[in-house]
Structures are given as structure tokens and as C-alpha cells.
Design a protein around this ligand. Sequence first.
Ligand SMILES: [Zn+2]
Length: 282
Amino acid sequence: MPELPDLEYVAGALREHAVGRSIAAVTLGDPTVLRVLIEAPLPALLLGRPIASVERRGHFLRFAIGVDVVLVVNAMLVGRFFLESGKAKRRAGTALLLELDDRQRLSYVDDRRMGKVYVARPADEARIPAYRELGIDVMSAAFSREAFDRAIARRRDQVRQFLLDKTALASIGNAYADEILFAARLHPKTFCGKLGDEDRGRLYQAIRSVLAEACAEIARRRGPIDEKVRDFLAVRGRAGEPCRRCSTVLRQVRVGAGDACFCPSCQPPTRALFIDWRKVGR
Ligand SMILES: [Zn+2]
């Protein structure tokens, strides 16, 4: 699943290698992945036009095609981008394949058809579901401590669920939510209302530093854009293995609809989460 650091890397690589190139051919794949919000035949709409810009907005990638068409991709859980030479074979699950004028092939592949590719006029972008509701971008300059405090104020949910709420923070996924909570030394089930000012400050700093360090590490590897680099993560995917900080065995717990990986020693439960033995009986 591409998360923010993955998407930052994809966007950067595409800016370097695909922006400025014109679209020479278009192949459409599974129509369930495509959402066309324009009343014009799709391949013709893209042909001959340049990829003018590529940027990440929350967990979406936005491609400006010429001046009056945008492609907005929500890759969801398994969607991947590929940028390959003209000789590459078309992959199974290809939803959209753009052949560029220098014979590179940019494709969006989604085996499970969970993601979406929206084709829209810039004026109609607000019609894209979940895109218009994005909260503050956690990698933007606007994400200040004050903006974070406003987003978390009056939240009654558990901190991990708050981190994953894309209408509050755009956008943190399962892997980095775990990494951020580990860095902030907060138990994933802590209720937002239990966090003091110092806890919130640590959490805010952890969001910034964990994402920035992951972006730097993924960029340093310089792998292909379809590769998901996760081997440097401290807790995600490591349940049952020792914590790198304290050697305690990492655990996995259910939080809301998802599973969280955490260290029971580095991220102890707050008092409110302790079982009250007086109520349990003997
Ligand atoms: Zn630990």
C-alpha cells in the first residue's frame, strides 16, 4: 500500500522522468477503476497532451494533463505505478497505461481493483470523493503545532484512529501510524482526550520526523517506483520480533478496524487502559 513517503518518492521520480513528456498512446484497462467526470471520449482527451505536473495531495497523486484535464489517483491498498521502457510487457491488472513520446510507459496497475483513477476538469476536482474532504497535509508548511492542536482538540477516539482519519490529517496509513506512535512512545489505544500538552507535542514531532526520515530513506535507496520499501520500519510488520530499542517482543493488537504493531514496554498503556481488578472480581 503506498503511503505518504512512498507517494512522495513516486511523485518526485515522475517529476524527474515524465513531466514535460507528451502522451503518445493510451490504453484503458478495467473500467471499474476509472471514473470519468468529463463528457469527452477519454483516450482522445489525453492524446498529444503533455504531463504538465505531478503532485501528491494527501494520499492521492494528481497529474495535470495540459491545462484543463487532471488525473487524480487514489491507489488504496495495492495500486502501484510503473515507469518502464517501451519494451516492457503490459502487466495484468493494468487500469491505465500512458505511452509517452520518449517511449517510456507509465502505468497504474491495480490487481484488486480497489483504487480509483478520476479524470476531471480542474474545476470539477471537488466532486472527487474523499479528495475534497482531505484534512491538513501533514507534510505541508501549514502543518504547524497550532494546526495539529486544532485537529486533535475535542477528539474522543483512540489516538491511532485519529491519526488514520484523513479528514483530520492528510494522510497517514497503517504502517506509518504505528511508526509514529512508537516514536512518540504512545500506546495505540490511548484516547486523544487523555493526552497532555507534552504528549501532543511529542506526537506532533513524531509525525514530522518519522515521515521526513522515511522519505529520505526511500529516496536514498533510489529503487523503482513500484517497489515498496519497508524494511527499515521499527515496528510495522515486526510483531513477535524484539523491539530495536528495548528488546521486548513487539505485539499486535486490534484497534478499531485495523491491527496495530507496538512495543508494550516503550508504549505502555495509560492508567485509563489498565484493567480495574476491583471491577473484575476474584
Ligand atoms: Zn521497546
